[in-house]
Design a protein around this ligand. Sequence first.
Ligand code: ATP
Ligand code: MG
Length: 384
Amino acid sequence: MEKVIIIRYCELHLKGKNRGFFERLFAVNMERALKGIKHEIRRRSGRYLIEGFEDDDIELILSKLNKVFGIHTISVGYKVKSDMGDIYLAAKLVCPASGTFKVETHRADKNFPMNSMQISAQIGGRLLDDIKGISVDVHNPEHMVNIDVREDGTSLIFGKFFKGAGGMPVGSAGKGLLLISGGIDSPVAGHMIAKRGMSIDCVHFHSYPYTNMQAKEKVIDLAKILSSYTCGTTLHIIKVTHIQEEIHKKCNSEYMVTLLRRFMMRIAERIAQRCGAQCIITGESLGQVASQTIEGMTSSNAVIEKLPVLRPLCGFDKNEIIERSKDIGTYDTSIQPYEDCCTVFLPKHPVTKPKMEDVLAEEAKLDVQSLVDEAIGTLEIVKL
Ligand code: ATP
Ligand code: MG
């Protein structure tokens, strides 16, 4: 009898001819997540089994697998020879000491001498005889004992189905560039898009010395947490101090954020070209702050030449975003109080509904191209 972790995956069956590609990617992502932990991953008719691990590592393995997109459910159980004696011994280990239970059998091996009803009845009957504190409840049991008689002469016996991370394997849907600030929203936006199978690179803009080193460290920490879901990430760090100083010097201060946003988008598109990203992702949410009106988005979107901009949080309320950031583990880092570059030179009354002709008139006071080039020249790369 061997202890195993059973992994069932989602949606991969939808992908027809690409199925092999998706499954290989999924297995590679699980391997990456479990790097450094003793284990073996095997594919078994529509599911994966993790075997050969140390008992003490189970919690660690489950915590890593919880971040692998594409996993539908996970169970911990036993693999035994398909023999009623062996199946029973494993069922006894899975069965609780008290409460109500039900045995459910799935028989893929049609040559097995008993059908699934008979297997469940016999194993359930023996469990009832042997364990005094339990009783059967077929309609609403507190505990399940599941028996899966596989075609290869082995059976899997397990209790609970734990919900996995869902989604699609990272890497199956291309690559995007996330504009990551130190705030709550952008890491959540990156997580949502990664969940649909996209690899994520990140770009962060800072205004050192107006923003401090801790603010940068905080973003590195956030990108690191995100990378635990995305099988790694590359963080591109760009200094925009000179751009903000120039806007401050030459333009109407009410346009600081509007103009800065347009610079961020231009620079992001250049970085995306360099790193092979096929879209830009932001944490904007409609109407959340002054710069996130539809007019503000129209203004920043207008400088993008080729790529789509994904704004997965557009329809979310702030408290929904906060819930998600707590779930994915970025919240505590996001709320550390360091300034973002958008708060530097922040005007008292930023324009909330910028008119395009006014934006263009303000921007005409700047040498946009050379400011962008200078920013690209400050690029620092951190691999996480
Ligand atoms: P967040 O919580 O992600 O900071 P926010 O609600 O504070 O978002 P804004 O500050 O208006 O909103 O930023 C909107 C989006 O612009 C962010 O979600 C992020 O994608 C991008 N952004 C803002 N500041 C930066 C920055 N310094 N570097 C990179 N991207 C940024
Ligand atoms: Mg912010």
